[in-house]
Write a protein that binds this ligand. Sequence first.
Ligand code: FES
Length: 142
Amino acid sequence: MAVPRCACPKAPRAACRGDRTPGPGVGAVNERGVRVRVTFIDSKGVARTIEVAPGASVMEAALAQKIPEVQSDCGGACTCAMCHVVVDDAWAGSFAAVCGNEASLLSLLEAPPAHSRLSCQLRLTAEMDGLIIHTLEQGDGP
Ligand code: FES
């Protein structure tokens, strides 16, 4: 399955060299009291909902809340693919397109589920309250 390529006007390499920008932290709310609820559904169908301040990545939020099946070896530098998740169909259009390193890593998957993403590249915004993310059994990465 082909992974959709980035349609952004910037050169893909410049746009996606790995999101190393630290988020504002993984608190439950930001300074204005805004929070985003994210529900993670694991490979066995168990749902866990967390609350996190906008600005964190999905990976940062998952690790901070000890969500099973989400790991990171690269700290969000978009080089390990251990943070592979699937964005729920209803939310698939909420994030920027896959490009750069993320696209390269996802292309290593044999048959990636639709809407596969590296969660370190998914930055949460206040508009994403109610987001649903599916996690994968360990070993489903590239
Ligand atoms: S945390 Fe390593 S690629 Fe996302």
